[in-house]
Design a binder for this molecule. Structure first.
Ligand code: ADP
Ligand code: ADP
Length: 235
């Protein structure tokens, strides 16, 4: 099944007496193993689109399917559970839990209601942290790690439940260019070596250049959709 499809999404915000159409009919489909960047000027609706794809914001019309599951047909409780298992989220500000260690943060998506981990949760989290070069950081809390390390922990957390799709909102936005490049390179590796499907919002062309597909938005609509395979000489 297609990892992610959105159809004719509309989302309006009220700002005082104004109505802002953050999404004004957005449709797109992400294939398995595709690495898509979403670009466009500030305020064009990129973050809103990512939040709607993630089930964090409900649109007033249109639909989102993740692996064939229609998010709007799920109750809030089932949506939360579905998101924990099937959608990996990565944010600009990392969004790690400050009181928990790196290992505990990565295990979070594998903790069911009541806080009991699934069998093997700890091993799986350790294995991922090792793989991302954080084998010596298991017991570190976020404030004891650099921004680049925190974002790698966040990526490990996003991957731990083996989700259908990784959604990343400006994942390099809080990092210097060296750490930003390392994160892009890691996402590319996860995409190419493991066939991970990734949608990444960025306003930086150098970051979008890592993706094989670039969707450009303007004023709440998609205005172009570029696939590397249509231009085999470009990469
Ligand atoms: P981008 O990520 O491309 O910068 P956003 O999706 O954040 O764009 O915002 C799209 C539009 O929706 C902007 O005009 C923004 O001001 C508005 N908007 C986004 N979130 C809210 C909100 N929670 N309340 C009111 N307006 C919002
Ligand atoms: P609102 O509906 O109030 O506009 P959103 O639902 O878009 O707000 O979320 C606001 C921010 O809260 C997001 O950008 C995200 O950083 C954070 N957030 C919301 N839900 C979660 C979640 N389940 N996991 C991690 N961060 C979340």
């Amino acid at each position: 099944t297609t990892p992610l499809r959105v159809d004719d999404l509309v989302k309006t915000f009220h700002q005082g007496t104004n109505l802002v159409k953050a999404l004004n009919g957005v449709s797109l489909s992400v294939s398995k193993g595709e690495f898509t960047a979403i670009m466009g000027p500030s305020g064009c609706g990129k973050s809103t689109l990512l939040h709607v794809m993630a089930g964090l914001t409900r649109p007033e019309s249109g639909a989102v399917w993740v692996e064939g599951e229609k998010l709007s047909s799920l109750s809030d409780a089932r949506l939360t559970d579905f998101r924990r298992r099937r959608i990996g989220l990565v944010f600009q500000q990392f969004n790690l839990v400050a009181a928990l260690t790196a290992l505990e943060n990565v295990m979070l998506p594998l903790m069911a209601e009541g806080g009991r981990g699934t069998a093997g949760a700890k091993d799986r989290a350790k294995q991922l942290l090792d793989r991302l070069g954080l084998g010596d950081r298991f017991g570190h809390r976020p404030d004891a790690m650099s921004g680049g390390e925190q974002q790698r922990v966040a990526i490990a957390r996003a991957l731990v439940a083996d989700p259908a799709i990784i959604l990343a909102d400006e994942p390099t936005g809080s990092l210097d260019s060296g750490n930003g490049n390392a994160i892009c390179s890691l996402l590319k590796e996860l995409n190419q070596e493991e066939g991970r499907s990734i949608v990444m919002v960025t306003h930086e062309p150098a970051v979008a250049a890592w993706a094989g597909r670039v969707v450009v938005m303007k004023d709440g609509v998609v205005c172009s959709d570029w696939h590397a395979e249509q231009f085999p000489d470009a990469q």
